[in-house]
Design a protein around this ligand. Structure first.
Ligand code: GTP
Length: 323
């Protein structure tokens, strides 16, 4: 199955940079060397067995945009599965940007009315941290209004190549494309229960984007020795599932993607291939290992009586379910 993904937006908004980070394992620091994209650069990325992403990175200079919207209109906008439109938050020329955006939505509605639309407010790192939530809310409202005015429902994300926000947005995008995402979540939840794991996360192999996570059913593992906390009265109590889950960082999935990508990059600089990772920390054990030809799995266990070897065996035994 092939899905066409259009990556559009003004020149310099950061389309090729994000593509090179997500799909080519390049660090953010190298993106300043990228030249402007001439016309359209097409790539095929094999994603999860049969799914192939056909990525169209459309150079954003006005001359190219004008051609996409005139002579190449049908070629560009037909058979689109997903449109990702990138807006540079620091751009001064917003009127022109919005005008091209409206024209693109118009063409999309005609040639690919069922396409999903994602809008990225990119380079959020240029906005002061304290101003980001308000700025994102304001621009989200504006862009959602523009989209619904064209009869299109769009999802807006704030992103930057310098933090995990880009992984969050792209993970959500690929999640929307994967046909069997719900089945994967179900299998992962069963697998997490079988391993007495706190959480299990499935990543795509090349991009390390999050494909699915076990739905958070905490196993009743906590014992006073493990994860015990002191209650108000000084007595030992164990944290409830809800409390422990609440304590987990909301950005943990995309942070993991970002960190593993950085590790893979360091490995490649040393001419070593990254294959697996195991960590035994005082509070938990983490095993990251190949699951199938196209995926990696991360198993997090808080029960100290569970050996990493047992987790590895479980991963091996579960492999066929995820092929
Ligand atoms: P065209 O190919 O002309 O359409 O441009 P493009 O949208 O592909 O832009 P490109 O990826 O070449 O990025 C332009 C510049 O933006 C580069 O210097 C990048 O380093 C920079 N850039 C990309 N993403 C970010 C980001 O999240 N934050 C900041 N501050 N700069 C970024």
């Amino acid at each position: 199955m092939k899905k066409k993904v259009l990556l559009m937006g003004a020149s310099g908004s950061g389309k090729t940079s994000m593509r090179s980070l997500i799909f080519s394992n390049n660090p953010a620091s190298l993106t300043s060397r990228l030249g402007a994209t001439i016309d359209v650069e097409q790539n095929h990325v094999r994603f999860l067995g049969d799914l192939i992403l056909n990525l169209w990175d459309c150079g954003g200079q006005d001359a190219f945009m004008d051609t996409y919207l005139s002579t190449q209109r049908a070629t560009i906008f037909q058979h689109v599965g997903v449109l990702i439109y990138v807006f540079d938050v620091g751009a001064h020329e917003r009127t022109q940007d919005l005008s091209y955006f409206r024209d693109c939505l118009d063409a999309l509605r005609k040639y690919s009315p069922d396409a999903r639309v994602f809008l990225l407010l990119h380079k959020m790192d240029l906005v002061a941290l304290s101003d980001r939530p308000a700025m994102l809310a304001r621009r989200r409202e504006e862009l959602e209004g523009e989209s619904s005015g064209q009869g299109v429902s769009a999802t807006v994300f704030g992103t930057s190549i310098y933090d995990e926000s880009l992984y969050k947005a792209w993970s959500r995008i690929v999640h929307a494309i994967i046909p069997n995402a719900a089945v994967l979540t179900k299998h992962l939840t069963t697998f997490a229960e079988a391993c007495s794991a706190t959480e299990v996360i499935l990543f795509e192999r090349t991009t390390f984007l999050v494909i699915a996570t076990s739905s958070l059913q905490f196993p009743p593992f906590a014992s006073p020795k493990n994860g015990a906390v002191v209650g108000n009265g000084g007595e030992l109590t164990t944290p409830s599932a809800a409390e422990t889950l609440h304590a987990l960082d909301g950005t943990r999935y995309e942070r993991t993607s970002e960190l593993i990508k950085a590790l893979k990059h360091s490995c490649s600089r040393l001419r070593e291939e990254f294959s697996a990772l195991e960590m035994e920390l005082p509070e938990c054990t983490a095993v990251l290992s190949e699951m199938t030809r196209n995926t990696y799995v991360l198993v997090i266990v808080h029960d100290p009586t569970i050996e990493t070897a047992a987790i590895r065996i479980n991963i091996r035994l579960a492999r066929s379910k995820f092929e």
